[in-house]
Ligand binder design. Structure first.
Ligand SMILES: C[S@@+](CC[C@H](N)C(=O)[O-])C[C@H]1O[C@@H](n2cnc3c(N)ncnc32)[C@H](O)[C@@H]1O
Length: 221
């Protein structure tokens, strides 16, 4: 392997330090720590504190009343979204594994959210999303199967109201998205998503370097 020179090493270290600093900037309470611990036990990734805080901020600035989430997991991202949403807002969250959703349900309760703040739908995203209302959502957060991200985009554009936001977690794919070596189909689908979002005249995008990369775009009015 090529040896890193001093300056390159310094840049790498600074980026890692900055990322860790941004994550440590976010204070997580007992409910979030509990949800993270359940994810860790199940071998499941959950959004980083920095990504969670970005989602909370986006939900708040969109004054979100209706949010759809693909990939409930154990509820880490869901807690952040609920914290940013209006107090009368509802999170509709989809996961193919109902046992993950049971943990999320308990985590939302521990975080102090009333039961009617979240609607849990078990099932595969591409089976469930077509049943959700056109234009009925202020924000759609995608954190399910990366190989399906371009399909989630098509569904999200239908679900979002004009001015609504779509976000995709993990678009760096642990550095594989920018790696010039051969990559699996899942990474190629993420690249396809990035191209489509960047070239769409319907969307105003940005790629936030939080966690494993959070691609966000506003659907133009
Ligand atoms: C990375 S985890 C989600 C973590 C969660 N967003 C959090 O931060 O706590 C991905 C979740 O997506 C679910 N999933 C995977 N493929 C799916 C699909 N096709 N449809 C719905 N859910 C899916 C998995 O069961 C898993 O719970």
């Amino acid at each position: 392997m090529r040896q890193l020179r001093g300056q390159e090493r310094a840049i790498t270290a600074n980026r890692q330090t900055d990322r860790a600093f941004a994550d440590a900037f976010v204070a997580e309470d007992e409910a979030l720590r509990w949800a993270r611990a359940r994810a860790h036990e199940a071998g499941l990734p959950s959004v980083s504190p920095g990504t969670g805080a970005a989602l909370r901020l986006l939900a708040a600035s969109a004054d979100a009343k209706a949010v759809a989430e693909i990939g409930t997991g154990t509820g880490v991202s869901g807690i952040y979204l609920l914290l940013g949403m209006r107090p009368d807002g509802t999170l509709t969250t989809v996961d193919v594994q109902p046992e993950h959703q049971q943990f999320a349900k308990a985590a939302f309760r521990a975080a102090g959210f009333a039961g009617n703040r979240a609607r849990f739908i078990p099932g595969r995203a591409l089976d469930v999303l077509p049943r959700l209302a056109d234009g009925g959502y202020d924000l759609v957060f995608c954190d399910g199967d990366r190989g399906e991200y371009p399909d989630y985009l098509a569904e999200s554009l239908r679900l979002l109201r004009p001015g609504g936001l779509v976000c995709f977690e993990g678009v760096f794919a642990d550095g594989r998205t920018v790696d010039s070596g051969a990559q699996p189909a899942e990474v190629q689908r993420v690249r396809e998503l990035l191209r489509t979002v960047r070239e769409s005249s319907q969307l105003l995008p940005t790629l936030l370097p939080v966690g494993d990369g959070l691609l966000c775009a506003v659907r133009r009015g």
